[in-house]
Design a binder for this molecule. Structure first.
Ligand code: S3P
Length: 444
């Protein structure tokens, strides 16, 4: 994606959306399938993997570290792991493109193995803070050389004799939690992460499935996750469910477009990820879960969504970790709701693929939506949306998709300056949305 030419896109007022669709596989589970597969013993097979830029970059990184990664024509990804201590120094740079998850988890994976690797990324990733993983990974004994401010490009030198650590998370971040747990895998003794606020728990669930020695205690100061290292992992067969963070876009699109009735199939409903569904239902959204079932250790279901008259609500700060990637889509839904939607606990939005709080607010205002904001909160006054604005996406896929959704129910077209990054997480976004009846197209 780095250096690719911008792709301006626009969306126009659309009629009722209808149909059944499947959005791509969950991004978090896809990254973890490749990484755990890379250090397991035997062949891990993953189907339904997200084949977006972010995950493909992780696949290439795992290959460069010594794992064999192959996709067969049936869409299954095969990963031959090298064992928990088997990763090797890559020959060239590891390029993580646009992906914070890719680089931060990989740093954890490499930190307790004596290898050296230089990590790079695109302009967006190179602006994002890496100190949050460098601090705990240095305690294991890893060393880092970074660009100014602890940013990419950075070179990691993994620890030769890693020592286990106990680390209390200073930010509610599944990426930091996961980096520490992954570093614990090749470290003798017991590594503990204390998580005061629960974040997505895919790493813990998947580590358990791969046979890691992991236990979780719920205590007064939060979840204590303990991992005892240097036990080999067993390769797994993984069926990746659909990504609730990608489902957010058709979900909001159907709610705000009159006469809509769509079904999104096989969406993961892990409760650390369903904050947006809870919030939209509280706003009056007609969303029902059908065919709830267990698949590969995760609860999944089909979501039926019908257009609804939404009303503004207060979204509590405690809910933020369970919908951290969904605020841009929620802000669009709030723009069409009657009254004021107040969202708080948004400090982490400042360090995503863009400063999402600023990017969302600027995009809303460019389309005639009234907003107020503070360092970690955003308030949106909804109603009819004028549209007609040009939105700056700052290399952020979710900003691009959210505002394209806005345009299908606005009075005038909404344009985004660049939709190229959509391919990092949702390669067939435009085709799927247009298949439901949306009018999204290239803009001049
Ligand atoms: C992710 C964790 C979240 C999320 C990101 C994916 C993960 O980041 O924003 O898209 O897979 O662990 P933080 O944990 O930093 O909030």
């Amino acid at each position: 994606m780095q250096g690719s030419t911008p792709t301006p896109l626009k969306s126009s007022a659309s009629q009722g959306l209808t149909g059944r669709l499947r959005v791509p596989g969950d991004k978090s589970i896809s990254h973890r399938s490749l990484m755990l597969g890379a250090i397991a013993v035997g062949e891990t097979r993953a189907s339904g993997l997200l084949e977006g830029g972010d995950v493909v970059d992780t696949a290439k990184a795992m290959q460069a570290l010594g794992a064999k990664v192959e996709r067969t024509d049936d869409g299954v990804w095969h990963v031959q792991g090298v064992g928990v201590s088997g990763l090797m120094s890559p020959k060239g740079d590891l390029n993580f493109g646009n992906s914070g998850t890719g680089v931060r988890l990989a740093l954890g994976l490499m930190a307790s193995t004596p290898l050296s690797a230089r990590c790079i990324g695109d302009a967006s990733l190179s602006r994002r803070p890496m100190g949050r993983v460098i601090v705990p990974l240095s305690e294991f004994g890893a060393r880092f050389e970074t660009a100014e401010g602890g940013r990419l490009p950075l070179t990691l030198h993994g620890a030769r004799n890693a020592v286990p650590i106990t680390y209390k998370l200073p930010v509610a971040s599944a990426q930091v939690k996961s980096a520490v747990l992954l570093a614990g895998l090749n470290t003798p003794g017991r590594t503990t992460v204390i998580e005061p606020v629960a974040t997505r728990d895919h790493t813990e669930r998947m580590l358990k499935a791969f046979g890691a020695d992991i236990t979780i205690d719920h205590r007064e100061d939060g979840r204590h996750i303990m991992i005892t290292g240097q036990r080999e992992l067993k390769a797994q067969v993984i069926d990746v469910p659909a990504d609730p963070s990608s489902a957010a876009f058709p979900m909001v699109a159907a709610l705000i477009t009159e006469g809509s009735d769509i079904t999104i199939e096989n969406v993961m409903l892990n409760e650390t990820r369903t904050g947006l569904i809870t919030t939209l239902i509280e706003m009056g959204g007609d969303i029902t879960v059908e065919n709830k079932r267990l698949a590969g250790g995760e609860e999944v279901g089909d979501l039926r969504i019908r257009s609804s008259r939404l009303k503004g609500i207060r979204v509590p700060a405690e809910r933020a970790p369970s919908m951290i990637d969904e605020y841009p889509a929620l802000a669009v839904a709030a723009s069409f709701a009657q009254g004021v939607t107040h969202m708080e606990g948004l400090d982490e939005l400042r360090v995503k693929e863009s400063d999402r709080l600023a990017a969302v607010e600027a995009g809303l205002q460019a389309n005639g939506v009234a907003t107020r904001s503070g360092p970690d909160w955003l308030e949106v006054t909804g109603g009819a949306v004028a549209g007609g604005g040009l939105v700056a996406t700052h290399l952020d896929h979710r900003i691009a998709m959210s505002f394209l959704v806005m345009g299908i129910a606005s009075a005038k077209d909404v344009r985004v300056d660049d939709g190229a990054m959509i391919a990092t997480s949702f390669p067939n976004f435009i085709a799927l949305m247009n298949g439901l009846g949306c009018r999204m197209a290239p803009a001049s």
